[in-house]
Design a protein. Structure first.
Ligand SMILES: NC(=O)c1ccc[n+]([C@@H]2O[C@H](COP(=O)([O-])OP(=O)(O)OC[C@H]3O[C@@H](n4cnc5c(N)ncnc54)[C@H](OP(=O)(O)O)[C@@H]3O)[C@@H](O)[C@H]2O)c1
Length: 228
């Protein structure tokens, strides 16, 4: 039987992690689809399908999956990489306007839930040989309190629950769910030093892995997975 070209969908792809992922997976023979607010669909190439969409609207996730399926096929790897934050004064986290809190929570969690739903629906239609991997780009905010980043931390924490629960629940069906979290060597958050290439290397390994590993993929550039 002819083998089917695998497809990766990257939700929220920009110049750093998104582009490194796109390049790394394309080099492994994947067809690549990316979404972002500023990508132009008219700039799509034979190697990359661009889908314009704003993840503050969960319907954009369903739209992206529908376009990918009809143009490239069912994605066997889905990465949710977008994030939103409205910083707050460290001594007044409740000052965030409700409209901003709600929008950020949709981007950081509700749209991720929809993406995981859509991904799992697709995984169920793929053969056991397919990767069937969902990866959310997180950070340390689900494990520590950063006083000025409350709404980002609420979203990352809630989504960590989705990932952890799904990792356990779908393990026997061969679906894998991960929370990627780059750290510095001492375990502190990578912050502005996050490395797109290191994310691509880890995410490729996770996609190629045959079984579910630790859902919380804390990792260090040049080292790989490291439990903190
Ligand atoms: N481990 C750490 O310490 C750490 C540190 C920093 C960041 N992070 C995480 O890394 C991820 C981002 O990494 P990066 O900046 O290197 O990735 P990137 O691929 O360079 O950029 C992410 C892209 O997501 C898109 N995006 C943002 N909001 C969106 C929305 N509402 N709808 C659709 N697309 C949206 C943006 O493009 P458009 O503007 O065109 O929409 C942006 O270019 C986030 O999940 C963040 O929380 C982790």
């Amino acid at each position: 039987m002819a083998s089917v070209t695998p497809v990766i969908l990257i939700l929220g792809a920009g110049a750093n992690i998104g582009q490194h992922l796109a390049r790394a997976f394309a080099a492994q023979g994947y067809k690549v689809a990316v979404t972002a607010r500023r990508v132009k669909e008219s700039d799509s190439t034979a190697d990359q399908l661009n889908i314009t969409g704003d993840l503050s609207d969960p319907h954009s996730v369903v739209d992206a999956f529908s376009k990918v399926k009809s143009s490239l096929g069912i994605p066997s790897v889905v990465v949710y990489n977008a994030a939103a934050v409205t910083p707050n004064p460290p001594n007044n986290p409740l000052a965030i306007p409700t409209v901003d809190f709600s929008r950020d929570l949709t981007i950081n969690t509700t749209s991720v839930f929809v993406a995981a739903q859509q991904a799992a629906e697709g995984f169920a239609q793929l053969p056991d040989s397919a990767s069937r991997t969902f990866i959310y780009t997180g950070n340390a905010c689900n494990t520590i309190v950063i006083p000025s980043l409350m709404d980002l931390s609420v979203g990352k924490s809630a989504t960590a629950q989705i990932i952890q629960t799904a990792a356990g629940a779908y393990k026997d069906r061969g679906f894998k769910f991960y929370y990627g979290d780059e750290r510095k060597a001492d375990g502190s958050p990578a912050y502005g030093a996050i490395d797109g290439e290191a994310h691509a290397k880890l995410y490729l390994e996770l996609a190629e892995g045959k079984t579910q590993g630790p859902w919380q993929q804390t990792f260090v550039k040049g080292v790989g997975y490291k439990k903190f």
